[in-house]
Design a protein around this ligand. Structure first.
Ligand code: A2H
Length: 256
């Protein structure tokens, strides 16, 4: 963990339909999720891009927990994130996060989910090998229009769908223009991946560079081209979109 505190927006991505493997694990653990809202919690630095979510990534190599947040609500994230949340007034009891069940990221793949603000009302959980268990919640929502990492990952998944055990269509939703910048147009991540000839999610150094450019250009030069603040500068719109998500109960502040 770094010395710089990071303030994330935690996005609640509701599970609409469990894959068979996940269902089996929950049944075995005696966890009844029928009348409860269960959400994957994705940590993001770019709440203003949530209109463009096309899937949600988990790591097939991470074990996630289902944590009871209230009698009617359950969050899915890493144990480390749940512990942090318990000291941020997110769980009912300070310092405690009640674990209901553990589930492998692998078993969550294919879950049908609802990502708040996304123009796609239903998307899927897909695998991302580069997720770090030591950062955020271990869950990353995918915005391929604005995140080079996300774009490189969905391209790879669509290309090798069988290998990853997914349906190609799940990784093939069109990226949505969210932000326009003078230099890179309205799909900055795709422009950068092409310009820098990034071939796969394993091109770490190039992706780090692309990420840096996309982040700065989007924030300082970008104008929203979708949503309630279309036409406004990203610098201004970012916090408005974030506040709206929080007010709607679709997100909360998560620090680490
Ligand atoms: B961002 P920082 Cl559109 N492992 O959200 C790997 N990546 C993670 C992660 C983890 N455990 N937890 C969060 N992230 C991603 C949106 C986005 C993001 C866009 C553009 C850039 C971008 C949609 N994905 O991040 O290391 C999440 O992806 C580039 C900075 O804490 C989160 O924000 O600085 C960001 O990395 C947090 O990265």
């Amino acid at each position: 963990e770094g010395v710089n505190p990071q303030e994330y927006t935690a996005i609640k991505i509701q599970i609409l339909e469990w894959p068979a493997a996940a269902k089996a694990t929950l049944d075995k653990g005696g966890v009844d999720t029928d009348r409860k809202k269960v959400s994957l919690v994705a940590a993001t630095l770019r709440p203003e891009t949530m209109y463009g979510q096309t899937c949600c990534f988990v790591s097939p190599n991470i074990t996630y927990g289902l944590y009871e947040i209230s009698p009617t609500e359950i969050y899915i994230c890493t144990a480390r994130a749940a512990k942090n949340m318990s000291f941020q007034k997110i769980t009912p009891v300070r310092g405690e996060a009640k674990l209901l069940a553990e589930i492998s990221g692998k078993d969550l793949i294919g879950a049908k989910i609802h990502a708040p603000l996304s123009v796609y009302p239903e998307v899927r959980v897909l695998p991302m090998d580069t997720i770090l268990a030591s950062k955020g919640t271990g869950v990353v929502t995918s915005v391929p229009s604005d995140s080079p990492d996300d774009y490189a990952t969905v391209v790879e998944l669509a290309k090798k769908a069988d290998y990853y055990g997914i349906e190609k269509e799940w990784a093939s939703l069109e990226p949505i223009p969210i932000i326009a910048t003078p230099t890179y147009g309205d799909l900055i991540a795709i422009a950068l991946v092409k310009e820098m000839k990034i071939q796969s999610p394993k091109d770490k150094e190039l992706l780090a560079k692309a990420k840096e450019i996309a982040y700065k250009d989007g924030f300082y030069q970008g104008t929203m081209v979708i949503g309630a603040y279309s036409g406004e500068k990203v610098e201004v719109a970012k916090n408005k979109v974030r506040s709206d998500l929080i007010a709607a109960g679709d997100a909360f502040v998560y620090d680490e």
